[in-house]
Design a protein around this ligand. Structure first.
Ligand SMILES: CC(C)(COP(=O)(O)OP(=O)(O)OC[C@H]1O[C@@H](n2cnc3c(N)ncnc32)[C@H](O)[C@@H]1OP(=O)(O)O)[C@@H](O)C(=O)NCCC(=O)NCCS
Length: 431
């Protein structure tokens, strides 16, 4: 048995034999037939080989560098997980100490960048501020353009993981009209972020340990998700050898879109609209009749329980122990219970995804909806950078340049302005 596939062009009878490698065939194998493959939205096209994140959507499996997400959420911290994603291995104690020290000591922003953020309108969306501020960082570190130099690359990786939370917190403070809070180097990564967000006049802000842990777990769960829309943008911009700040600003812009980073907002709106546990059956009936969707349910990849949703549900319990129970959580729990037993959702393999609970948790932490995609961008920075590093060091990668199937007009002659007509319209002169 050969590991190949034979493709015959039935118009000409011409045949090619294309090797199968890791369950994939190369689309360039079709060239011999004068054909290309057409795959809008990459539904069945791999654009990279990767060693970072593994997903088996049917089995509900997610692993970073081989480690199950459940174990990382239970045992690891966000910074350790970020190290794992970037370097490929869990750090030793000394490596973790060095990494934590490096990140902690790069959290400050240049005062000019602070001024730049200060220049945004009072009601600027924090995600728009984040995208712009990250892009602006490239002007502060022009050496970042040396993407072929390993030491330079790693310096920008540290800077970005360290500074994105500061930018995120400043964007929130700006939208609240509050003074920016500088990083506190005595605090851990996640507690420092909470301090930059919520500190008012106290000499040192201390968050509840359970809340710090809950947010750290959310950060672990959101750190990477293989070749999603924003990771693809990160790699695509990186493929032109642009600096990582510009690439990450592009990736964050992709995350800004409601189809990517905004689903948890839609869940909150839906829960508020349902308003009461008693109204759930009526809502489910409407969804089954095709009048809208059950937001936070279903996933392009997961056709089983999203493993992150299971963990996030436990995290929600820990958060609500402290913040008090949110009315929306009761609706969400009941909705999930009913949907998981309902034949409509069972047969379509519709299970809760990560967004079903994350919005309720962010709301319980006191965050406005506009901050939700920003909360996603903070941990995803590690994933984007891991994807970028893998891309720029992959000898097989070239500048990303998809093909197209041209279906526009055939060649035609230019028509002078005075001779052009809207099809079917009478000319003004004769009207
Ligand atoms: C995530 C999502 C876009 C994936 O879509 P997809 O893989 O392309 O699946 P499809 O849209 O082809 O749906 C397949 C079937 O399930 C139904 N379906 C999918 N998601 C549904 C939902 N959330 N509620 C009700 N029905 C749903 C579709 O109507 C379709 O039914 P049909 O076969 O009778 O026509 C989709 O499940 C969805 O819109 N979910 C809600 C939004 C959401 O939570 N997004 C966050 C993703 S992280």
């Amino acid at each position: 048995m050969r590991d190949t596939v034979t493709i015959t062009d039935n118009r000409t009878g011409k045949t090619v034999e294309v090797p199968i490698d890791e369950g994939a065939i190369r689309a360039t194998g079709l060239k011999e037939l004068g054909l290309s493959s057409y795959d809008p939205a990459f539904l069945n096209t791999a654009s990279v080989t990767s060693r970072i994140t593994y997903i088996d959507g049917d089995a509900g499996i997610l692993r970073y560098r081989g480690y199950p997400i459940e174990q990382l959420a239970e045992e690891s911290t966000y910074l350790e997980t970020a190290y794992l994603l970037i370097h490929g291995e869990l750090p030793t104690q000394d490596e973790l100490y060095g990494w934590t020290h490096e990140i902690t000591h790069h959290t400050f922003l240049h005062e000019n960048l602070k001024e730049l953020m200060h220049g945004f309108r009072y009601d600027a969306h924090p995600m728009g501020m984040l995208v712009s501020a990250v892009a602006a960082l490239s002007t502060f570190y022009p050496e970042a353009s040396l993407v072929d130099d390993e030491a330079t690359r790693m310096a920008q990786v540290v800077r970005l993981i360290a500074k994105v939370p500061t930018i995120a917190a400043f964007s929130y403070r700006h939208s609240r009209g509050l003074p920016y809070v500088y990083p506190d180097n005595e605090l851990g990564f996640t507690e420092n972020f909470l301090s930059m967000m919520f500190r008012i006049a106290e000499p040192r802000y201390r968050a509840e340990p359970e809340l710090i842990r809950a947010l750290d777990v959310l950060f672990i769960l959101h750190a990477d998700h293989e070749q999603n829309c924003s990771a693809n943008v990160m790699r695509s911009i990186g493929s032109s050898k642009a600096d990582p700040y510009s690439a990450l600003a592009g990736a964050a812009a992709a995350l800004y879109g409601p189809l990517h980073g905004g689903a948890n907002e839609a869940v909150l709106k839906m829960l508020a609209e349902i308003g009461d546990v008693k109204r759930i059956p009526e809502f489910i009936a409407r969804v089954k009749a095709g009048e809208g969707r059950l937001m936070g349910f279903g996933h392009r990849v997961y056709k089983n329980y999203d493993p992150r949703a299971k963990i996030i549900k436990q995290t929600a319990d820990a958060v609500f122990e402290i913040t008090g129970r949110n009315r929306l959580l009761d609706i969400a729990l009941e909705l999930e219970k009913i949907a998981l037993e309902d034949e409509y959702f069972v047969t379509r393999k519709l299970y809760p995804n990560v967004d079903f609970y994350s919005g309720i948790i962010y709301q319980a932490l006191g965050l406005p909806i506009a901050m939700f995609p920003v909360m996603f961008a903070i941990p995803r920075t590690a994933g984007w950078l891991a994807q970028w590093l893998e891309g720029v060091t992959d000898p097989e990668q070239k500048i990303a340049r998809p093909r197209q199937v041209y279906v526009g007009a055939a060649e035609r002659d230019y028509v002078g302005l005075g001779y052009r007509r809207t099809p079917g319209a009478r000319s003004l002169a004769t009207a």
